[in-house]
Design a protein around this ligand. Structure first.
Ligand code: BG6
Length: 475
């Protein structure tokens, strides 16, 4: 049976400030932790950094015109905290406000709905140097930054995301060391940072709702649901444990206002429980009644098996080589495996649209059938064939098509999914993989003045939007 996406379902695409904007020293922008970290030899592929990225700062009109021509309904982008507060707190930089006003207005001129992420990993360096997310002052500064954004842009922006993928920026920042501040196995810092991030999220949600701007606000989770490798009981336990520490520790405080008991017990046993004040929990609980949606950034599921008894090992290798390594996570209780016979991307990420639905069912069991969801990221990181006239990124089309069909299936089953954002609108800077890993509908030629070219997928997505996905199954 043919079905279009419902009228209130947004078909969009996403990017993040550090990955596209460039212009890191222009118009009063302050220094971010990524500006500093990417300069440390060997931290990123070929030592790439965001100094130029794809120069969205100067190309935003051209890029938004390309979005409009494509028919894009919504553009998810993030605000660089350091453009608004160069030092993280204190003085506001008017030029930064002007830039995002211009981006928002440009979107609205074309009828593109701005969907704004407040924190997509680029922390002001001034705050990083004072302990970053392990310091409660960072959370307080975030709330101030969020309030400034609501006050300046909230008349036109009606969709807000507080945090993008805390699961990754905190794990990479404090456990594997692959992201700033680059700590390895700093478990104490890690759990403290998680708690402060939750405090910042909750306080920002409450501050937003107090303003009565009649928009919505949510939290985007890096959702890699863990499934047991097989039916064996110990592997099922391992998968549950992994979901506790990779998903529920992030979503329970947001959705229920409390941490999972299992996590609390386990941290207490390991003397890793951070200080959790009664008033923080009250705040979480109030915010959980106000939060509007969960954003899921879904790329792949994980197959896990029990690794209890094995020594605690941490794989410090960068994500770039994830496909070739087995990863033991911070507590040594489970390991992620790559069973043969499944489909993987060039970076070793399992391709499984059905696991997105399976994952959502697990979330529905925990948070209720009607939780409002957006797929805030999904896409294929690939090395495109850029020879010839048109860039034939057929694998990307196939990947997104299959995931969109799954989303439709979910809606048919009654899942409350309100939008889909392909990652990414344009080829951008991958945090660790430089420009080698492409996700975009639009190619950027770094040898020809950052010239933009539409890929095959650009035209394909344009058609999907025009037909509201009705013909996906036949394409
Ligand atoms: C998500 C992030 O984790 O995955 C994006 O929110 C990121 O910012 C995307 O670019 C893809 O990651 P990678 O490592 O494949 O470039």
């Amino acid at each position: 049976m043919r079905m279009k996406f419902p009228n209130d379902f947004l078909i969009g695409a996403a990017t993040a400030a550090y990955q596209v904007e460039g212009a890191v020293k222009e118009d009063g922008k302050g220094v971010s932790n990524w500006d500093v970290f990417s300069r440390i030899e060997g931290k990123t592929l070929n030592n790439t950094n965001g100094d130029i990225a794809v120069d969205f700062y100067h190309h935003y009109r051209e890029d938004i015109a390309l979005m409009a021509e494509m028919g894009l309904e919504s553009y998810r982008f993030s605000i660089a905290w350091t453009r608004i507060y160069p030092d993280g707190t204190g003085r506001v930089n008017q030029k930064g406000i002007e830039f995002y006003n211009a981006v928002i207005d440009e979107c609205l001129n074309y009828g593109i709905v701005p969907f704004v992420t407040l924190y997509h990993w680029d922390l002001p360096q001034a705050l990083e140097e004072n302990g970053g997310w392990t310091n409660r002052n960072t959370a307080e500064a975030f709330v101030k930054f969020a309030e400034t954004c609501f006050d300046c842009f909230g008349d036109r922006v009606k969709h807000w995301i507080t945090f993008n993928e805390s699961v990754y920026f905190l794990r990479f920042g404090y456990i594997t060391g692959a992201h700033p501040p680059g700590h390895r196995n700093d478990q104490e810092g890690f759990f403290k940072a998680i708690h402060n991030m939750h405090y910042a999220h909750a306080a920002a949600v409450i501050a937003y709702k107090k303003r009565r701007q009649y928009g919505e606000i949510g939290f985007s989770h890096g959702f890699a649901p863990n499934f047991p490798l097989n039916d064996c009981e110990s592997n099922q336990g391992a998968a549950l444990h992994a979901n506790m520490f990779e998903t529920y520790i992030y979503l329970d405080p947001v959705m229920k206002g409390s941490y999972p008991e299992y996590v609390l017990d386990s941290l207490r046993d390991r003397s890793l429980l951070p200080e959790i004040k009664e008033e923080d929990l009250k705040l979480f609980s109030e915010a959980s009644r106000l939060v509007d949606f969960i954003g899921l950034n879904y790329y792949h599921p994980n197959a896990v098996r029990n690794a209890k008894g094995s020594e605690i090992q941490i794989d410090y290798s960068r994500e770039a080589s994830a496909g070739k390594t087995r990863q033991f996570y911070f507590d040594g209780m489970y390991e992620i495996v790559k069973p043969e016979g499944r489909e993987y991307t060039k970076w070793g990420w399992e391709v499984s649209p059905e696991s997105l639905l399976e994952g959502i069912r697990i979330l529905q069991d925990r948070y209720g059938d009607q939780i409002k969801l957006y797929i805030t990221e999904n896409g294929l990181g690939d090395v495109d064939d850029v020879q010839g006239e048109r860039i034939q990124d057929t694998p990307r089309i196939d990947f997104i098509r299959r995931h969109l069909i799954a989303v439709k299936q979910g809606i048919r089953e009654g899942m409350n999914i309100k939008g889909y954002f392909a990652w990414s609108f344009i080829d951008l800077l991958s945090w660790l993989n430089g420009f080698e890993k492409q996700y975009g509908f639009v190619y950027v030629d770094h040898n020809d003045n950052l010239k933009r070219s539409k890929k095959q997928s650009y035209y394909w997505y344009q058609h999907v939007i025009a037909t509201r996905g009705e013909q996906l199954e036949e394409e």
